[in-house]
Design a protein around this ligand. Structure first.
Ligand SMILES: Cc1cc2nc3c(=O)[nH]c(=O)nc-3n(C[C@H](O)[C@H](O)[C@H](O)COP(=O)(O)OP(=O)(O)OC[C@H]3O[C@@H](n4cnc5c(N)ncnc54)[C@H](O)[C@@H]3O)c2cc1C
Length: 298
């Protein structure tokens, strides 16, 4: 192992994605003393909490938002906005006292500089501030447009800023990263979309489509929700492997999956027929092998 710390497997593989200190650095053979984590979603928060639980490791977590939001519940908030209070929590409340949190301005977050001389940060209780010059990395962050850069010397920077697929009504680039502002935007979006609608068409039978169709079934009257699933014309209709897609457009990739249903003595059923039956029982019209043509020039 690169580290003498004992880490759970997920965290260990995360650490392999770290921005490494220069090869000459002793930080590679010593446990890290100071770690910066950029991004406080599932990955970054888990990394920060785990590292901060090790004595002698100082952790700074930065995020554009001041809060953690539980994405799996966000589609529920589109039909029942009050649930949002249970989906968010200030990041500072989710960290142990030994870790620091710093909100950063979207678009102005980060610069990471490497130093060839840095041989590893001093122990956190070192009273000699000049000793921080021995840290191999320097993370620079900005709290707001006018504020000077804050510099954080460290052994490692973990980049945990998430993927391209942002959550529904993603507003990570918004300057106000508070829970209050997020909730206000969510309420406005939900009101403008849901309150002016009498029916819904959901296109795409992946996890998000299935979940959204189920949520909409609760919000709209029976028969007002249509769920259109199937191979897209462009990418899948000409693909011979589609013929073997027993998912028939609902939850492709889950053809063999089973789920436990029933109260007292749960039994396992196949997921795809179960989902289809559940939606139809809830009044959703399921259109199978139905594809939206790609827009011209796509
Ligand atoms: C509707 C929906 C439902 C889902 N349901 C499930 C489910 O049921 N089960 C499941 O396992 N997964 C589910 N997922 C997927 C899951 O949410 C993601 O896999 C997970 O959020 C990825 O975690 P992450 O920490 O890598 O990134 P994210 O959760 O995206 O976190 C990244 C963080 O980095 C911050 N950030 C980004 N850029 C910067 C920057 N430059 N500077 C500072 N901070 C930055 C962001 O503000 C954010 O807080 C769902 C996703 C969606 C959209």
């Amino acid at each position: 192992s690169m580290f003498s710390l004992r880490l759970p497997p997920l965290l260990h593989s995360l650490l392999l994605l770290l921005v490494p200190a220069p090869a000459s650095s002793l930080a590679l053979v010593r446990p890290p003393k100071r770690v910066a984590v950029v991004g406080g979603g599932f990955a970054g928060l888990t990394a920060a909490r785990n590292l901060a639980s090790h004595a002698g490791v100082e952790v700074l977590l930065c995020d554009q938002r001041s809060y953690f939001e539980y994405t799996p519940g966000i589609l529920r908030a589109w039909v029942e906005p009050d649930t949002h209070t249970r989906l968010v929590k200030p990041i500072s409340k989710l960290l142990p006292r030994t870790a620091q949190f710093q909100r950063v301005l979207p678009g102005h977050t980060t610069r990471i500089l490497e130093s060839d001389e840095g041989e590893g940060c001093p122990t956190p209780d070192s009273s000699d501030a000049a000793a921080l010059a021995s840290c191999p990395l320097m993370l620079s962050i900005r709290k707001d447009a006018e504020a000077p850069l804050l510099e954080y010397p460290c052994d490692f920077v973990i980049l945990a800023t998430g993927g391209e697929l942002g959550p529904v009504s993603d507003d990570r680039q918004t300057a106000d990263g508070s829970i209050k502002a997020r909730r206000q935007r969510l309420n406005e979006q939900v009101a403008s979309v849901m309150q002016n609608s009498t029916s819904a068409l959901i296109v795409g039978g992946g996890l998000t489509g299935v979940e959204l169709a189920a949520e909409c079934a609760e919000h709209f009257p029976r028969g007002a929700v249509t769920f259109a699933v199937g191979p897209t014309l462009k990418t899948r209709a000409a693909d011979p492997s589609c013929a073997a897609d027993t998912g028939e457009g609902i939850l492709p990739g889950f053809a063999d999956a089973r789920t436990a249903v029933g109260g007292g003595a749960p039994h396992k059923v196949r997921v795809i027929p179960y989902v289809k039956r559940w939606l139809e029982d809830a009044g959703v019209r399921v259109l199978e092998s139905w594809a939206v043509p790609p827009p011209p020039g796509a």
